[in-house]
Design a protein around this ligand. Structure first.
Ligand code: GUN
Length: 267
């Protein structure tokens, strides 16, 4: 099953479910940047909402918005009973402290799962775990390698793989090339999220049954590229584009439904 097929099948179920709801879930996206990648994510998220019958709303603020103004908006969204959940799209301009913003969002409405007290997990790592389950990938006791240690992907990914009983290693920009090659060679599951085009290539040796999840996305004159060259000699490799981006978007909707069901006491 390709990721496109997997996502389409789950979206069809969600669409059916939402069509039976009298009060439609209401998601607000707050964007305070003019970042190209963010524009693409936001556009995709709003498109998903429209397609699924969800009330998706974009609040776009100017790039010179102060931290105080953004905190004020977050406070009003936290208290607006008509808004089920919201996200503040990252990155934020430099005058705004991202950690402060993440902690200001009520854990009850934190569809990104960024708040330390949130019951939900960040969308990209959760979407990847859900997909690996759907593909029947055995995780227990396997060697999982996370390349990259960002707050949005690398760190929560390592935590979720550990919860699946993997043996988890995280490597990063300070890992020596020799160690990098060693860990890649021993990995059953590799999740790479460093934003370095084609970092994983044929100079490394892979287990033939390995699974590579490519979170990277970078653009040049030839189009979009992942952190891995396509068609490495492994069991399964997620494509770019048409891979993890779709899983993240699906996971956002899944998190929204979890919040909605908790709010309205639906099992
Ligand atoms: N920027 C890149 N990925 C994400 C995400 O999952 N959520 C938010 N809010 N911003 C992002």
């Amino acid at each position: 099953m390709t990721i496109k097929e997997y996502v389409a099948a789950r979206k069809a179920e969600i669409k059916e479910y939402v069509s039976g709801l009298e009060v439609k879930p209401h998601l607000v996206i707050v964007q305070v940047n003019e970042d190209q990648a963010s524009n693409a994510y936001v556009k995709g998220k709003l498109k998903d909402c429209t397609e699924l019958g969800i009330n998706g709303e974009l609040i776009k603020l100017p790039i010179d918005t102060s931290e105080e103004e953004l905190l004020k908006l977050i406070n009003s969204l936290n208290h607006d009973n008509d808004v089920d959940a919201f996200i503040v799209q990252m990155p934020l301009p430099k005058q705004i402290n991202e950690e402060k913003i993440k902690q200001a969002v009520s854990p009850k409405k934190d569809v990104d799962g960024f708040h330390p007290l949130s019951d939900l997990n960040p969308c990209t790592p959760q979407g990847i775990i859900d997909y690996l389950h759907a593909e029947g990938i055995q995780m227990q006791g396997k060697n999982a390698l996370v390349i990259g240690r960002s707050n949005i992907v690398g760190k929560p990914m390592a935590k979720l793989l550990l919860k699946e009983n993997c043996n988890v290693t995280t490597v990063h920009s300070k890992t020596t090339p020799e160690d990098m090659a060693f860990y890649i060679n021993h990995a059953d599951i590799i999740v790479i999220a460093i934003g370095k085009q084609h970092f994983l290539d044929n100079k490394y040796t892979y287990k033939k049954d390995a699974v590579i999840v490519d979170v990277g996305i970078s653009r040049d004159e030839n189009g979009l590229h992942g952190d891995a060259v396509p068609d490495l000699p492994v069991r399964l490799q997620t494509p770019v584009p048409g891979g993890v981006g779709l899983l993240t978007r699906l996971s956002l909707i899944e998190n929204l439904l979890k919040i909605y069901k908790t709010k309205y006491n639906i099992n």
